[in-house]
Design a protein around this ligand. Structure first.
Ligand code: ACO
Length: 402
């Protein structure tokens, strides 16, 4: 593309691009996204194929290393991750300090940030061996951190990870089982969560990923950078939308399931009400992830034998919105978050855990993008410019004269 840096150097020109609608801050070889065509590929592989046939760990390997793993590489990667799933016992004390009703996203980012106090050798981002260790530790420990947050909220003792289980199975068991009690994993839940994590694994320069890159561009360590990304993801316009969608559906249900009135409120922008789970900065036709997830929502709910009135409300909302000029003129279509919450709910997760599940999925993408940035020759610190709109200059006035 056009090199704005060169123009700036020659003219002193600064461009104002609200929300970075047009500004590419990086070159990247990780994720290809065509917003008009509804295309999403990780390292060239279509998301549909990965979700249908791949596993989350091989997707993580693909994003981070650039190629799908061979049988041996996959085994070594899985083995290494499995051996790092435990949290240092002292980490548990952080949970003791959090209030019981703390949002799990706040616990997640705090504990991830705290990992840099336990792994002080990891602070130099140019130490390749430590970079690798931090990658493995983060992938291995985030499910444990997430499950502990859930246990804290419900007042149950933590369940330690088990080395003989797969990544998703281990997380589900740490979350939903009780120590010393029988627990059986439902393959429908395991497969659906695996697919959802793959669909969330990367999405080029979204808000949280850009945050990871921006923090990392100062050469802050990986734990600090990823913790910042988790906080960026928490907001309702980003990953927090999956929680907001469910709360919106519950609100509509509580008020008598009147979809028309709700759509009218959105169109009138009453109190800033939005149709959560709709719209996307880049997708202007459809979100390919939403297409897969909508089908999965039907399958999972029927396989688990759960009918959900909220799914009916969601389907009605979608139908109304897609035949309404307000939404079609603005190219607003369901995004990845519109149907995920319904699946998570059917699996037994409380609403507050939805965005945590998004974070578990997005982690490989954040890590891959952080590595790409650190390894890029001539990589510079991220530092946007501004257009100053304040008072140009004035004299200091002593307090008694103001
Ligand atoms: N409901 C109603 N109106 C909307 C919605 C929505 N969900 N999204 C955008 N609009 C309207 C805006 O009000 C604006 O209208 P106007 O032209 O009359 O002012 C127009 O569509 C353009 O919207 P922008 O806010 O400029 O779009 P932007 O690209 O900045 O925002 C975003 C994208 C944040 C996703 C937005 O569509 C939104 O808030 N959606 C709801 C939250 C959500 O689902 N977020 C998850 C996104 S996907 C993800 O992060 C995983």
């Amino acid at each position: 593309g056009f090199d704005i840096g060169k123009l700036r150097a020659e003219t002193g020109l600064v461009t104002l691009d609200s929300g970075y609608g047009n500004t590419a801050a990086y070159k990247s070889a990780i994720t290809y996204l065509d917003g008009e065509g509804g295309v999403l590929r990780y390292r060239g592989y279509p998301i549909e194929q990965l979700a249908e046939r791949g596993t989350f760990l091989e997707t993580a390997y693909l994003l981070i290393h650039g190629e799908l793993p061979t049988v041996d590489q996959q085994a070594a990667f899985k083995d290494e991750i499995t051996r790092h799933t435990l949290l240092h016992e002292d980490v548990k004390r952080f949970y003791d300090g959090f209030p019981r009703d703390a949002h799990p996203m706040a616990m997640l980012s705090s504990v991830v940030s705290a990992l840099s106090t336990f792994y002080q050798d990891s602070h130099n981002p140019f130490d390749e061996e430590q970079r690798h260790l931090s990658t493995i530790r983060l992938l291995a420990k985030l499910p444990t951190i997430a499950a502990y947050a859930y246990k804290k909220a419900i007042g149950h003792p933590v369940v330690y990870p088990r080395n003989d289980l797969g990544y998703v199975e281990n997380f589900l068991r740490m979350t939903f089982s009780v120590p010393a009690a029988e627990f059986e994993l439902d393959p429908v839940v395991v497969n659906a969560l695996e697919k959802l994590l793959i669909l969330h694994a990367d999405h080029e320069q979204n808000c949280s990923t850009s945050t990871v890159r921006l923090v990392g561009s100062s050469q802050a360590n990986m734990f600090a950078s990823i913790s910042a990304g988790i906080n960026a993801l928490w907001g309702p316009l980003h990953g927090g939308a999956n929680q907001s969608v469910l709360e919106m559906l519950q609100g509509i249900q509580a008020s008598g399931s009147d979809v028309d009135t709700f759509i009218r409120k959105v169109k009138d922008k009453e109190d800033g009400v939005k149709l959560m789970g709709f719209g996307h900065r880049v997708y202007k036709n459809f979100d390919p992830r939403a297409k897969i997830i909508k089908a999965a929502a039907h399958d999972v709910l029927s396989a688990l034998g759960k009918s959900d009135e909220l799914l009916d409300i969601a389907l009605k909302l979608e139908e109304h919105a897609l035949s309404d000029d307000y939404f079609t003129e603005r190219k607003l279509y369901p995004n990845v978050d519109f149907y995920t919450g319904l699946i998570y709910r059917a699996m037994g997760f409380p609403t507050s855990m939805f965005t945590v599940l998004f974070a578990l999925g997005r982690l490989p993408g954040w890590i891959a993008q952080w590595h790409e940035m650190i390894k890029e020759p001539g990589s510079r610190i991220g530092r946007p410019r501004q257009i100053y709109t304040g008072v140009v200059e004035r004299e200091y006035v002593p307090i008694e004269s103001r």
